[in-house]
Structure formats: structure tokens, C-alpha cells
Ligand binder design. Structure first.
Ligand code: NAD
Length: 365
């Protein structure tokens, strides 16, 4: 029976790798090093019951290896749940490259990484994530076919991700405000990168009052002027008067500190692992009357887009599949209300139910 217990953040201790893999129920980790290109990466294959492990590659200047390890373990586990709850025949995996994407990325490094992906023989299929573009994926593709999100194919998954988040946000608004219209709603979008900007475009078009924050001043200025959004400071994003908080940067922004400040009715955004500690903060948000829309369910548009590429389905198929996030959000909320369990737990249960059901299929002789 596949099941992941509530994971509480613990010190990594003296056995940070296999002990933590076992805690998260991971199948395999591949540590990659290449002195010539400076590549340092970790590929995590979490679970392949439903199919090959698909999940993006993130490039980030982690402070240390343990931070990178923790990130890849959590992100790959999230992909298993995301792919399952979205009805895709894919397992969960993820890769992290340790380094500054604006300084350390080049053709040789990405191709070397592609060779490592290839060495897994298709058990892991990669795509873009934070710090990685579709052009970078073309370099990876020179060394392996186990890559999606390529230019000229399904392309940048961010518009589909943003559309799915927008759909889930509207469903959440229907539950909390009685109408799914976001017109006039005050929405704080943290991070206006690939997904954040497309989300801001949907929100601005619908007449929402949009606030934005980002660490890159140039991006911030451009997005603010294009969509008439109001810029707020990196910390002020948690304290402003808002209806909806949409984390679209990095994870763990829903934590003890921010929950003491946030006064929103809904948390719905694209970032992975939004709850710093889901077993703790998933309960706190509910106690505060905030409706949290589980991250791996609402941000599945990107992987849906990748799946369309794997299967040869059209872009229209991907958009209509992302639209299902609206009804899936309502199902999770209904189940949560009926069972009095927090939404994060319901989403986990729904994902595990499918993995167990499919994993138990016995082929007739
Ligand atoms: P991105 O790198 O294009 O954008 C992230 C943005 O967040 C950048 O502009 C960055 O400057 C900003 N940022 C970083 N730290 C910040 C902070 N402390 N405060 C405010 N802004 C900050 O990445 P993306 O592709 O837009 O992805 C955003 C999030 O959504 C990530 O967590 C990613 O894992 C998740 N996600 C993305 C996709 C996709 O299709 N791209 C799919 C699913 C989930």
C-alpha cells in the first residue's frame, strides 16, 4: 500500500540521504557531478507506479547540499501526487542543479546534465522549472530523448499552469465568496516570472485589483506597467489587505511567520510546496478560516502540458484538461467539509487512492 505519512520537518541528522528517502518513500536518487562543466545536480525518482517519473529541472543557488537534497525530495514527491490526482499515467520525479541560473548555465553544463538524465533510461523524463528555459531543454535534448517542453513542441508549460491556477482560484472564490468572479477582488501575486505573469494577465483581464512582488526590479516594473498592477515590497506582500494570496515564487512561504500576518480568505498559487510543514501549517490555515487550495493539484497545468507532448495530444486537449482543475478544486473542498479534514490531506488521500488502485491492478492471465 502506497502511503506517505504526515512529514514534519526534522533536522537532517547524521543519515540525511537514505533515511530521508525512506521517510518520503522514494525509489531512487542520482547524484551528478562533473568537474569539467561544474555540474552538480541531484535527480530524484519518487514513485513509478503510474508510469515514468516526470518532473522539471530547477536551477537554484542553494546555500548548501542539504538544502538542495531537501528540495528535490519534496518536489519529486509532489510530482507523484500531482500526476496522480490529475489522472495522468506518470510517476513523480524532479531534478535540481546547484548554481546561479543567470551566471553558471551554459551549453556544456546542460548537455552533461542531459547525459545523466539519459543514463536513467527513461525512468525519469525532465522538463523546465525555476531557472530553466525551453532553450536550455534543447541542449538537454541533444543528449537524451527523455525531455519534454521543447521549443516547437508543447513549448513553455507556464501558460497552461497559470490557466489551471486561475481556474482553481475561481472555484475557491465560488466557495468563499459565493461567486467565482474575481472582478474587484484584491489578489497578491508573489513572483511574476513565467507563471506569475500569465496569471496576472488573467486576473487583470477579469478586473481584479492585483498586487505584485518580485526580487527582480526589471521584471517587476515591466509587469506592473503592462497590467496596471501595484508593486509591493517583498515582505509587505504578506501584510497588505487582500482577499487572495497567490504564491508564484518559491515554496514554504506559508509558515509560522507569514501566517501570523496573512489576512486573506484564500491561498491559491503556482508555487510547489507552499506549506512549510504541511502537517502543521495545513491545519493552521484551516483554523484561521483560510481556504488553502493544494499546490500540487492547482499547479498541474504544466505537467498536463508535458503529458500532452509525451502522448502526442493537442494544445487544446491540455487547456481543457487544465480546466478540470475548477471541478477538482470543488471536489476537494466538498470532501474536506464532509470529513472535517484539511484540504491538503484530502488531496493527498485522493492521489494515494489512485496510485493504490492502479498499482493493485492484476492483469488477467
Ligand atoms: P520563474 O523562475 O519564471 O519565476 C519565479 C519568479 O519568482 C521570478 O521572477 C523570481 O524573481 C521570483 N522570486 C523569487 N523569490 C522571490 C521572493 N522571495 N519574492 C518574490 N518573488 C520572488 O518560475 P515559474 O516557472 O514562474 O514558477 C513559479 C513557481 O511555480 C515555482 O515554484 C515553480 O516550481 C512552480 N511551478 C511552475 C510551473 C511552470 O509551468 N513553470 C508548473 C508548476 C509549478
Amino acid at each position: 500500500m502506497f502511503e506517505v505519512k504526515d512529514i514534519r520537518e526534522t533536522a537532517l541528522g547524521e543519515n540525511p540521504v537514505i533515511e530521508r528517502m525512506s521517510q518520503y518513500n522514494h525509489e531512487q536518487l542520482l547524484f551528478c557531478n562533473d568537474n569539467a562543466t561544474g555540474l552538480k545536480a541531484i535527480i530524484a525518482v519518487h514513485n513509478t507506479t503510474l508510469g515514468p517519473a516526470l518532473g522539471g529541472t530547477r536551477m537554484w543557488a542553494y546555500n548548501n547540499e542539504l538544502e538542495a537534497l531537501n528540495d528535490v525530495l519534496r518536489l519529486s514527491r509532489g510530482m507523484t501526487y500531482k500526476n496522480s490526482i490529475s489522472g495522468l499515467n506518470l510517476g513523480g520525479g524532479k531534478a535540481v542543479i546547484i548554481g546561479d541560473a543567470r551566471k553558471n548555465k551554459n551549453e556544456a553544463l546542460m548537455r552533461r546534465f542531459g547525459k545523466f538524465v539519459n543514463s536513467l533510461g527513461g525512468k525519469y523524463i525532465t522538463a523546465e522549472d525555476v531557472g530553466i528555459s525551453t532553450a536550455d531543454m534543447s541542449w538537454v535534448n541533444m543528449e537524451t530523448n527523455h525531455v519534454v517542453g521543447l521549443p516547437g513542441k508543447s513549448g513553455d508549460p507556464s501558460p497552461v499552469t497559470a490557466y489551471g491556477v486561475y481556474m482553481g482560484m475561481k472555484a475557491a472564490a465560488k466557495v468563499q465568496f459565493g461567486s467565482d468572479s474575481l472582478a474587484g477582488k484584491k489578489i497578491a501575486v508573489q513572483g511574476v516570472g513565467h507563471v506569475g505573469e500569465y496569471l496576472v494577465a488573467h486576473l487583470a483581464k477579469e478586473g481584479a485589483k492585483v498586487f505584485i512582488s518580485d526580487i527582480h526590479e526589471d521584471t517587476l516594473k515591466r509587469v506592473a506597467s503592462t497590467y496596471k498592477a501595484e508593486v509591493v515590497g517583498l515582505d509587505d506582500i504578506y501584510t497588505i489587505d487582500m482577499d487572495i494570496y497567490a504564491p508564484c515564487a518559491l515554496g514554504a512561504t506559508v509558515n509560522d511567520d507569514t501566517l501570523a500576518k496573512l489576512k486573506c480568505s484564500i491561498i491559491a498559487g503556482a508555487a510547489n510546496n507552499q506549506l512549510k510543514n504541511e502537517a502543521v501549517h495545513g491545519e493552521v490555515v484551516r483554523d484561521k478560516g483560510i481556504l488553502y487550495i493544494p499546490d500540487f493539484m492547482i499547479n498541474a497545468g504544466g505537467v498536463i502540458n508535458c503529458y500532452a507532448e509525451v502522448k502526442g495530444f493537442t494544445a487544446e486537449w491540455a487547456m481543457s484538461k487544465a480546466e478540470e482543475i475548477y471541478n477538482r478544486t470543488l471536489s476537494i473542498v466538498n470532501r474536506s467539509n464532509e470529513s472535517k479534514m484539511p484540504t491538503y490531506k484530502i488531496a493527498n488521500t485522493m492521489a494515494e487512492e489512485r496510485i493504490n488502485a492502479i498499482g493493485n491492478i492484476k492483469l488477467p492471465m
